[in-house]
Design a protein around this ligand. Structure first.
Ligand code: NAP
Ligand code: ZN
Length: 349
């Protein structure tokens, strides 16, 4: 077993604190990565607090991982020692079903996705632990190559916030000629703005925070709508082809449905803890649709990272010491993050 150091919680009320644990040994198809940066996703907070149903404790969160490969198993071909590598939300799946074979491992038909933390390996007993730690052991298939052209702290959030917004924008072929609203300017929202603008769409930031207008425009938004102001919301009635909804808390889905034009689509990527409520007439009246999307497959994650390296796209980050992680969570909960916290794992040592 490999001795590891990280930050963990032991129950839903706990604060994150230093914790020593063990990782599995490096198998033939595994690589071990010395973690350099680990992003802080709102999903970490949901799971730390058991907001999506009971979590598994102790939990080491973190699924936006960038680091350097320090050793590889005997059968590994994709990486060598010294390479940069990234890991996102998944570390395994069945590999055999239609969805896995088509590169949609996150939708594994056998339900055998193994999440990077808050899960157990296929042996049914070994817990998975995430990126708020000094190393991680992973099957090479679930690691992606990271370019050395971009600042690594800004790359880490691409492994979740990046792919989660890139994937549905690509699936719906969003680009030139489309009006896109992005609801919520946080980790996912700021990446949705960057990608939608890079793909040529007209982007409007839909935010509850008036002080984010300037940043939204710097990130690539063409317009800004303060969603707390009914008069501003009304100006966008029947306006958007697509709305990417990144909000983490319960909110008014009818407000955004009204903003969609005929055949408009609301793509939900935020995962509020409670069920959503919709008014049927708002859907059928204008043939609107509401759909969801979960992260993206491994091949598409590599495609997204390559696109970012080519177009110089990274996340806007506040790099923090791991000792300040609990305060960072409080700031995320107040929508006060510009626009992703990333832990410098050197601060663990
Ligand atoms: P985040 O950084 O906290 O951003 C969420 C943003 O939503 C906030 O900055 C805020 O933006 C807005 N917001 C917060 N509370 C609100 C409320 N009560 N009403 C309206 N707007 C509110 O979170 P994140 O890391 O981007 O994650 C967002 C959500 O996506 C989380 O639920 C997370 O679990 C989920 N997620 C899903 C996937 C997936 O695969 N689908 C992957 C990763 C994360 P403004 O200040 O602009 O209003
Ligand atoms: Zn995430």
């Amino acid at each position: 077993m490999i001795p590891s150091k990280g930050y963990a919680v032991h129950n839903a009320q706990d604060k994150l604190a230093p914790w020593n644990f063990e990782r599995r040994d490096v198998g033939a198809n595994d690589i071990i990565i010395e973690i350099l940066f680990s992003g802080v996703c709102h999903s970490d907070i949901h799971q730390v607090r058991s907001e999506w149903g009971p979590s598994k404790y102790p939990m080491v969160p973190g699924h936006e991982i960038v680091g350097r490969v320090t050793s590889v198993g005997s059968a590994v071909t994709k990486f060598k020692s010294g390479d940069l590598a990234g890991i996102g939300c998944m570390v395994n799946s069945c590999g055999d079903c239609g969805n896995c074979k088509e590169g949609h491992e996150q939708y594994c038909e056998k339900g055998k996705v193994v999440w990077t933390y808050n899960a157990v390996e296929h042996d049914g007993t070994t817990p998975t632990y995430g990126g708020y730690s000094d190393n991680i052991v992973v099957n090479e298939k679930f690691a992606v190559h990271v370019s050395d052209k971009l600042p690594l702290s800004g790359v880490a959030p691409l492994l979740c916030a990046g792919i989660t917004t890139y994937s549905p924008l690509r699936k719906w072929k969003i680009g030139k000629g489309h009006r896109v609203g992005v609801l919520g300017l946080g980790g996912l929202g700021h990446m949705a703005v960057k990608f939608a603008a890079a793909f040529g769409a007209e982007v409007t930031m839909l935010s509850t925070s008036p002080d984010k207008e300037k940043d939204a425009k710097r990130l690539g938004a063409h317009k800004f709508c303060l969603t707390k102001d009914a008069a501003q919301v009304k100006q966008f009635k029947n306006y958007f082809d697509f709305i990417v909804d990144t909000v983490s808390a319960p909110h008014d889905y009818n407000m955004t449905l009204r903003m969609l034009r005929t055949n408009g689509v609301q793509i939900c990527v935020g995962i509020p803890p409670s069920p959503i409520q919709l008014t049927g007439q708002l859907l059928l009246g204008n043939s609107r649709a509401i759909t969801g999307s979960s992260i993206g497959g491994i091949a598409e994650t590599q495609e997204m990272l390559d696109f970012c390296a080519e177009h110089n796209i990274v996340s806007d980050v506040e790099v923090i010491d791991i000792s300040t992680i609990n305060e960072a969570y409080e700031r995320v909960l107040k929508s006060d993050v510009k626009y992703r916290f990333v832990i410098d794992i050197a601060s663990l040592k």
